[in-house]
Structure formats: structure tokens, C-alpha cells
Ligand binder design. Structure first.
Ligand SMILES: NC(=O)c1ccc[n+]([C@@H]2O[C@H](COP(=O)([O-])OP(=O)(O)OC[C@H]3O[C@@H](n4cnc5c(N)ncnc54)[C@H](OP(=O)(O)O)[C@@H]3O)[C@@H](O)[C@H]2O)c1
Length: 294
């Protein structure tokens, strides 16, 4: 009988991440649910167990907007080394928000956290096979939001457009382009290992908490855009491609690609350019206080 696989899912306390965690538990994996609130983690576990009574779930609280917490989370989830890591957590924070460490929460949560978490798990995983899945966003919608790779903090402060209610979405969109760039940069650095990394756009999904909890303007803008593009199905539909990337046997060895509805797609040239991806990698290393070289 094959041994149980271990999975880690960030942002597993609502929406698409919770649906991915439920799917992986249904597939028989032991799943670490990562969230920032003990209460919401317990509630998510309760909901998953109601659907999957045999689910083997472990809860790990970490505020992924803080590099210090990501670093300590990485140590905790390295034992046992995961077979699957789904980086799904994301936020759309206010323009003026900053973490206690001085970063914009959208940049820290959506990009610096997966950057540090995934690179930190490479050594513990060692020569074992593993899959990293990064939940990004629509390559088409993001094509006009190139990342400033020379100064990542500027992505949250400059050239945000005049419509104030949309500015948090511009910052969010840039971090979602960073997700695709991280996939390409990391895949190159993982050559020679059995770890693969792929990205996925989940679709525009209603029934999640993304964009809620801030100002009404943002909620209106996000709601309006979502209404226009919304995919059928709720979080379950959004979980489909990331779950498939994490589990499908036919994807063994497939790496460095970005998928929409289970199909590999091209992302904008400004996200695929190797020099720009390397610059993003190096700048991210500087911001999280790690050497650029693995
Ligand atoms: N929904 C869509 O239409 C859509 C479209 C394109 C891409 N996506 C992507 O899909 C992924 C999931 O989004 P969703 O729509 O399911 O949103 P969601 O319901 O808001 O879920 C986001 C998850 O991330 C967690 N999170 C946020 N900040 C965190 C932090 N600082 N530390 C730890 N966890 C944190 C949230 O925890 P809390 O419960 O504590 O808030 C929640 O579990 C994201 O990567 C998003 O960019 C979604």
C-alpha cells in the first residue's frame, strides 16, 4: 500500500484554498491547513471533516504577511517533508497599510511569503519527488500590469492610476504577476531535482472572501469586475486546476508552466523574460534576508 502523502495548503481557511484542502484530503493526503487565525482554522477543519470524515488534518497558524512567521512556518511544515505544497493565500490590502516589518501586506502575503516558503522547503524535501503549485490569477487580465523588478516596494506605491478605489487591485495584480514569474524562476533553479512547480489561474470565482473587508469602493470595483467575468461554480470550480496540478499522475515531471482550466497557457512576455525573473528572484531574496543563490 502506498504511504500517505503530505500536503500543505496556505490560505486554507476560506474560498479556493479550503476547497483545495478538502480535495487533497478526499484524495487521501494528510493536509496541513495554514491560516492566520486559530478560530478560522478550527472552523475550516470542522467544515472539511463534515464532508470528509476520515480527513487527516493538521492546523498551522501563521500570519503570512510577516517574513518572520513564514520562516518559522517553513521549519514546522518541513517535518515530515511535504509531497505537495499549494501556495494559495492572498490578500488585497489597503494602499496605506504596512506590516510590522514595514512591507505592504499585499506584496508580503502574495509574493514574499510563497517565495520564502517554497525556497525554504527545497532542502528538507531533498531528493524526494514533490509538487509546488502557486495559485496566481488571470494572465490575460494581468498583461498590462508589469512588475517593477528593480524595486519591489514601488509596485505598491507608484503608477497606481487615478481611480483610488482600483489602486489596491493594481497592487494585487502586480503581485499576481510575480506569482507567474516565481514559477518560472523557481523551476529553473529546481532543475536536477524531483520537485516541480507550476502556476494556476483558478478562474474568477464568487463566494470567496477576496477583496472583502476593505472599503466599499474596492468591494464595488471587485464585485463589478467579478460579475462581468465570473466563472460558473464557486470555490470548488476554482480549486479544480490547482488540485489537478497537485495530484494528476500525467503531470509527473511537468514543471515551469502556467495553467488555466487545466491547459498550459502563455503569460505576458514581461513575466517570462528570464532576466526579469532573475531580478525578481534576487530582489525578493534581499527583502526576505536570504542569499540569492540557493
Ligand atoms: N476569487 C477569485 O475570483 C480569484 C481570481 C483569481 C485568483 N484568485 C486567487 O485565488 C487564491 C484564493 O483566493 P480566494 O478567492 O479563495 O480568497 P479568500 O477567500 O479571501 O481566501 C484567501 C485565503 O488567504 C488567507 N490569508 C490572507 N492573508 C493571510 C495572511 N496574512 N496570513 C495567512 N493567511 C492569509 C485567508 O485567510 P483569512 O481567512 O484569515 O482571511 C484565506 O484563507 C488567491 O491566491 C487569489 O489571488 C482568486
Amino acid at each position: 500500500m502506498p504511504s500517505t502523502k503530505n500536503a500543505v495548503v496556505t490560505g486554507a481557511t476560506s474560498g479556493i484554498g479550503e476547497a483545495i484542502a478538502r480535495n487533497l484530503a478526499t484524495a487521501g493526503m494528510r493536509v496541513v491547513l495554514v491560516g492566520r487565525s486559530d478560530d478560522r482554522l478550527l472552523q475550516a477543519r470542522h467544515r472539511i471533516l463534515a464532508d470528509v470524515p476520515h480527513a487527516d488534518l493538521r492546523l498551522e497558524r501563521a500570519d503570512l504577511s510577516l517574513i518572520s512567521e513564514v520562516r518559522s512556518l517553513a521549519k514546522r511544515v518541513a517535518d515530515p517533508p511535504p509531497d505537495v505544497v499549494v501556495s494559495n493565500a492572498a490578500v488585497i490590502a489597503g494602499i496605506g497599510d504596512r506590516t510590522a516589518e514595514g512591507h505592504h501586506p499585499t506584496l508580503a502575503t502574495n509574493h514574499l511569503a510563497p517565495y520564502l516558503l517554497l525556497r525554504s522547503l527545497i532542502e528538507p524535501i531533498g531528493s524526494r519527488p514533490a509538487r509546488f503549485v502557486v495559485v496566481g490569477a488571470s494572465p490575460r487580465a494581468l498583461a498590462r500590469l508589469p512588475v517593477d523588478v528593480d524595486d519591489l516596494a514601488r509596485n505598491a506605491t507608484h503608477d497606481l492610476g487615478k481611480a483610488r478605489s482600483l489602486q489596491p487591485l493594481v497592487v494585487y495584480g502586480r503581485t499576481k504577476n510575480m506569482n507567474a514569474m516565481l514559477v518560472y524562476a523557481l523551476a529553473r533553479r529546481l532543475r536536477g531535482t524531483k520537485i516541480t512547480v507550476n502556476g494556476a489561474h483558478p478562474g474568477v470565482i464568487r463566494g470567496t472572501n477576496l477583496g472583502h473587508g476593505h472599503n466599499r469602493g474596492l468591494l464595488w470595483a471587485f464585485g463589478t469586475i467579478s460579475q462581468l467575468l465570473v466563472s460558473p461554480g464557486g470555490p470548488e470550480a476554482g480549486a479544480d486546476t490547482p488540485t489537478w496540478l497537485a495530484t494528476a499522475p500525467e503531470l509527473d515531471g511537468v514543471t515551469g508552466q502556467f495553467f488555466v482550466k487545466r491547459k498550459a497557457v502563455a503569460t505576458a512576455p514581461h513575466t517570462t523574460d528570464p532576466a526579469r525573473c532573475d531580478r525578481l528572484w534576487d530582489e525578493s531574496a534581499r527583502l526576505v534576508g536570504e542569499p540569492a543563490t540557493l
